[in-house]
Design a protein around this ligand. Structure first.
Ligand code: HEC
Length: 103
């Protein structure tokens, strides 16, 4: 029984930590959905030519506006890029991460 209680406590603490660190969650999302084409870190080149590195996204997009685009579903004129749609929380997490890496 004490073990179960400990595990439960760890679980609750774990999810609280994630809620407190949206930037980390945002990074995980971008890693999962975008990183095979876009550079998502503070350094490095995008794996796909022509896909902008996300640390320069702020040059061409207002990041607040961008997170709303993510909720609505972002589409690109480029056929290689699939359509994405994020929940409000996820879009906010992505914005928090993007803000942390802008140059
Ligand atoms: C299969 C490869 C691929 C994936 C996965 C991908 N992208 Fe792209 N993305 C591209 C390419 C290539 C371009 C350049 C498009 C152009 O300008 O012709 C691009 C362009 C963009 C642009 C520039 C604006 C536009 O509409 O042209 C944004 C913003 C963007 N991607 C965001 C994202 C986000 C956010 C994700 C993940 C949720 C993502 N991309 C996933 C390949 C990809």
């Amino acid at each position: 029984m004490p073990l179960v209680a400990t595990l439960l406590a760890l679980l609750i603490l774990g999810s609280a930590a994630q809620a407190q660190d949206p930037a980390r969650h945002g990074r995980a999302l971008l890693k999962e959905f975008c990183a095979r084409c876009h550079a998502i870190g503070k350094t490095g080149k995008s794996p796909m030519r022509g896909a902008l590195p996300f640390r320069t996204l702020g040059h061409s997009f207002d990041l607040d506006h961008f997170s709303r685009l993510l909720e609505r579903g972002i589409s690109s004129s480029h056929p290689a890029m699939p359509e994405f749609k994020f929940s409000e929380d996820d879009a906010r997490a992505v914005r928090a991460y993007l803000q942390s890496i802008q140059q």
